[in-house]
Ligand binder design. Structure first.
Ligand code: RUQ
Ligand code: CUA
Length: 666
């Protein structure tokens, strides 16, 4: 039966049709007659007015984050995070390249799944968004003032950083579990079937500085070799805890679709992280090898630095009793979600027939009474019934992830039966269900993972699109759907296309962010070593084979815009400072046939494009961003002479470069 679920995952619709008959007949662009009559009005954001929520959406395999306005579903921005972005030079400019550095060198791509917004006392504070790199284990921090990636930290001993990043009650930590159990990084050549002996499941606790947001790996927990999937921090009574879902507790290393679905129950791992801190303070931690990169953006120098750190503090549960507990949870749980009161932990087992609700209070009692069913690699396994509050019966097929409103209701996505199910947590009763188009993955209620859900909507991030949009060849846009949850019944309001493959998203009231938006970088504060803070400071300097152009841009010219004396064999660095101090006036800079990207320079910022000329001749450069009526005139020339030529280095704007040299000579 479980194969059937997996195989039919993509055919969830067929199952849905037979089990819940939720496939609307003649679903076309309008989605049958399931749309609320006033839907258009509810999602209409009149020209010139703003959306009520920012939706911070993961890009999946594009490695980025997109910003969408809700309820309109309009995409506002793609924030480059782990992937190079030619559009603005992220990962191409000299300043941003270090952001993509890792212990394995420059890695220009990742798979970004789960945004997490910073919280204070469990409530959204609008400061930062964190997101995981699933492939090369990394966590990024994005400023919600500049909408720019400010920091990326790599995680050693981890492989497939999937259960990541999840935030504790006051953003003390972003927590990250490994998806693949692997041997620690410093263990060399071992047979794959030495899994049980050599493979471990590392969990990283990345501390976050209260003021600056700066991240550091405070410690890692070395846990049994199982696969961690998702997690949630506790709240209120459970605020010192964090909960991870896991699968492959069978510890299989081949054909996991069969071998990791043998047991009737996998685990939720409950971690008392305050206890872990006590053990650390008591000196129970040990430094272990753990090479990782830490990349940090400096807003004053407009540049990133990358540092390699070689070790990591490690806590071994064998030395730290009463810190970790396994709770059995039916069938490969994906979502592991804590309700707004912090009293309930909900496991969503993809292959399970029920949704279990665990009680934090009962869990504490079971721990106190030592009501255990043995242990798993030295970690106590709490008796299922002792920790269970109750089970939601007949929820639907393929429960995947649960979020909450402020009224004691939960919303669970059902991948296989392709629907959202609304239910009451206290009395475990299904209240409503609506179909999704098609095969919903995660869902998001604004503030759903916090202690104060903002409610109003639930958004479905669907895995299959099929006929929902105009077809665009074999690859279709992913489909998201917005439902009104303000009444008793959920109502479909809107379909909107998304970028990349959103896995998870959060939504936050615009009011918490939009007044703190950074509009320009102040020129006086520009501390970039190659900044030219006015045209008088523009110049070209040669250091051996390196040529540094201190260039400015303003409407509508570059200074200098004529450069001569560059020779084959030189490496040219264009350091472009945008002198504008007005919001929304970037200038771009691109060079003909450069095997690089452009740079898009924000007001007051300096950015550097490296260029290695390959041919003798005249090479034009120009501004790529339509900045004024004379944008098209914002262009210039650089002359490349043969190696060994004696053309002197010269530059100018307003007259020819050579005239300037001649004048100087007089
Ligand atoms: S995830 S739906 Cu659930 Cu990282 Cu993809
Ligand atoms: Cu500057 Cu166009």
């Amino acid at each position: 039966m479980k194969f059937k679920y997996i195989l039919e995952g993509t055919l969830g619709l067929a199952i849905a049709a037979s089990v819940f008959s939720c496939k609307p007949s003649g679903q076309g662009a309008a989605g049958g007659n399931l749309i609320a009559g006033d839907a258009a009005q509810k999602v209409y954001v009149a020209p010139g007015t703003h959306d009520e929520f920012y939706n911070i959406v993961s890009g999946g395999f594009n490695g980025q984050v997109s910003i969408v306005g809700l309820p309109s579903g309009r995409t506002l921005k793609i924030i480059p995070v782990f992937s190079q972005n030619g559009e603005n030079g992220w990962g191409y400019s000299e300043e941003t390249k270090p952001m993509l550095n890792t212990s394995n060198g420059f890695i220009p791509w990742d798979d970004a799944h789960h945004p997490a917004l910073s919280i204070t006392n469990g409530e959204h504070d609008g400061r930062w968004a964190f997101i995981n790199g699933n492939n090369t284990p990394r966590i990024a921090r994005i400023s919600l003032s500049t909408f720019k990636t400010e920091e990326i930290i790599e995680l050693p001993n981890s492989a497939g950083n999937h259960s990541s990043p999840f935030i504790t009650f006051n953003t003390e930590y972003a927590v990250a579990g490994t998806r693949f159990a692997v041997p620690p990084d410093n263990v060399g050549d071992v047979p794959i079937d030495s899994y049980k002996q050599n493979f471990k499941g590392y969990l990283s606790f990345v501390s976050i500085d209260k003021e600056t947001g700066k991240m550091a790996i405070k410690f890692q927990l070395k846990t049994p070799g199982i696969d961690y999937d998702l997690a949630r921090g506790g709240k209120g009574p459970s605020k010192d805890w964090i909960f991870f879902s896991s699968y492959n507790t069978e510890q299989a290393n081949t054909l996991l679709e069969v071998n990791a679905s043998q047991k009737d129950k996998d685990f939720i791992l409950a971690i008392n992280w305050k206890k872990a801190e006590e053990y650390l303070a008591a000196g129970k931690g040990k430094m272990a090898p753990g090479k990782h990169a830490h990349n940090y953006w400096n807003e004053e120098t407009h540049s990133a630095t990358s540092e390699i750190i070689n070790e990591v503090m490690t806590l071994d549960p064998a030395d730290c009793p009463d810190m970790l507990y396994f709770i059995p949870c039916p069938k490969s749980p994906h979502g592991c979600d804590v309700d707004p009161t912090g009293k309930y932990i909900i496991g969503s087992g993809k292959l399970a027939a029920v949704v279990p609700v665990f009680s934090f209070e009962k869990l504490q009692k079971a721990i106190k009474d030592k009501n255990f069913d043995g242990e798993f690699e030295g970690i106590p396994v709490v008796n299922y019934d002792a920790a269970l509050y109750g089970e939601l019966q007949k929820p639907g097929l393929g429960p995947l992830h649960t979020e909450f409103d402020a009224n004691g209701n939960a919303y669970t996505s059902m991948f296989v039966s392709s629907e959202i199910v609304k239910w009451n947590i206290e009395n475990l009763e299904v209240l409503d269900r609506v179909p999704t188009y098609y095969s919903i993955g995660h869902l998001s209620v604004p503030g759903g993972p916090t202690t104060k859900p903002h409610g109003k909507y639930v958004i479905a991030y669907n895995k299959i699109t099929k006929d929902r949009y105009l077809p665009t060849g074999p690859e279709l846009t992913h489909s998201a759907q917005l439902y009104d949850i303000s009444g008793d019944k959920m109502k479909l309001l809107l379909d909107f296309p998304t970028i990349g493959e959103p896995h998870y998203a959060e939504a936050i009231p615009a009011a918490l962010i939009k007044d703190n938006i950074k509009k320009i970088y102040e020129l006086e504060k520009n501390g970039h070593p190659y900044a030219a803070k006015g045209e008088k400071e523009t110049r070209v300097e040669r250091k051996g084979k390196e040529v540094h152009v201190y260039m400015t841009s303003s409407r509508s010219h570059f200074a200098p815009d004529n450069i001569e004396g560059v020779k084959l064999g030189d490496v040219v660095y264009f350091h472009v400072t945008n002198l504008e101090q007005d919001w929304d006036v970037p200038h771009g800079f691109a060079i003909r046939k450069a095997n690089n990207a452009e740079i898009l320079v924000m007001p007051g910022e300096t950015a550097t494009l490296k260029w290695v000329p390959e041919k003798v001749g005249i090479v034009p450069f120009y501004c790529t961003d339509f900045c004024s009526a004379l944008h098209q005139e914002m262009q210039g020339y650089i002359r490349v002479s043969p190696a060994g030529s004696n053309v002197p280095l010269a530059w100018h704007v307003g007259k020819s470069a050579m005239t300037q040299v001649e004048n100087k000579a007089k």
